[in-house]
Ligand binder design. Structure first.
Ligand code: 13P
Length: 258
């Protein structure tokens, strides 16, 4: 029995306007099994909305322990990078957690392993907690190179990781994201166990056992319990099913009861 608390995060990607948030919040709170403050005593919960929704969401969920997460940030603290957001800018509005290396950033915005490594390093230097996303494509899996790929993504992301750094890993197989075809609980557990072995190799057994590894990719209220009951699955990074307040709340209810 491990002692890691479950962490349930919604990733809204480029969805939801600020004007959607009141309805979302009402439905979310109504569908939770108990008041949000009590839920947060048992599991960690949060959302990564668009940058423009971050402050509104902070105001809407002031409960202690709620995670307000940015979806991305540049590795430079300041500079001529039109259209980018820096870590100090996020700090200024109270954000301390960032998704780094999501597969959509890698796929559509050409984020290489090297860039992901620089972003993670910048997070550690500036006191941010990165949620580091890794995942293989279907082609890579079919070639039986999934583990090798995940290992090299993790090693590149954490190459400048000082001892004692705080971070989370999210395993999101690219073939499962937005496809409706989640990894089976067995597939996900096997990869999470492998990731924990890589982390043990990098940082030692006692560190690896304490780190949280989330699963992401077509999670929904119907499949979340089975995934969360696997020994090395410590929570979920939820895309489409987090957009509806009721659906996200039901998934969190499952995390409370596994
Ligand atoms: P879906 O849950 O929509 O498959 O998205 C997963 C994801 O990319 C979360 O970061």
């Amino acid at each position: 029995m491990n002692r890691r608390r479950k962490l349930m995060l919604g990733n809204w990607k480029m969805h939801h306007l600020r004007s959607d948030l009141v309805k979302f919040g009402t439905e979310f709170r109504q569908s939770l099994c108990s008041p949000l403050a009590s839920v947060l005593e048992q599991v960690d919960v949060g959302i990564a909305p668009s940058f423009l929704c971050l402050e509104t969401l902070t105001a809407q969920f002031p409960e202690h322990g709620w995670w307000n997460v940015a979806q991305n940030a540049h590795y430079a603290a300041t500079g001529a990078f039109t259209g980018e957001i820096s870590i100090p800018m996020l700090h200024e509005i109270g954000i301390t957690k960032i998704l780094v290396g999501h597969s959509e950033r890698r796929q559509y915005f050409a984020e290489s392993d090297q860039v992901v490594g620089k972003k993670v390093q910048a997070c550690f230097e500036r006191g941010m907690h990165p949620i580091i996303c890794v995942g293989e494509t279907l082609e890579i899996r079919k070639m039986e190179l999934a583990e090798k790929t995940i290992e090299s993504q993790i090693r590149a992301a954490l190459q400048h990781c000082p001892p004692g750094s705080s971070f989370t890993i999210a395993y999101e197989p690219v073939w499962a994201i937005g496809t409706g075809i989640a990894a089976t609980a067995r597939q996900a557990q096997d990869m999470h166990q492998f990731i924990r072995r890589v982390l043990a190799d990098l940082f030692g057994e006692s560190v690896a056992i304490a780190l949280r590894i989330l699963y992401g990719g077509s999670t929904k209220p119907e499949n979340i319990s089975e995934l969360l009951s696997q020994p090395d699955i410590d929570g979920a990074l939820i895309g489409g099913a987090s957009l509806d307040g009721g659906s996200l709340a039901r998934m969190i209810n499952s995390a409370v009861s596994v």
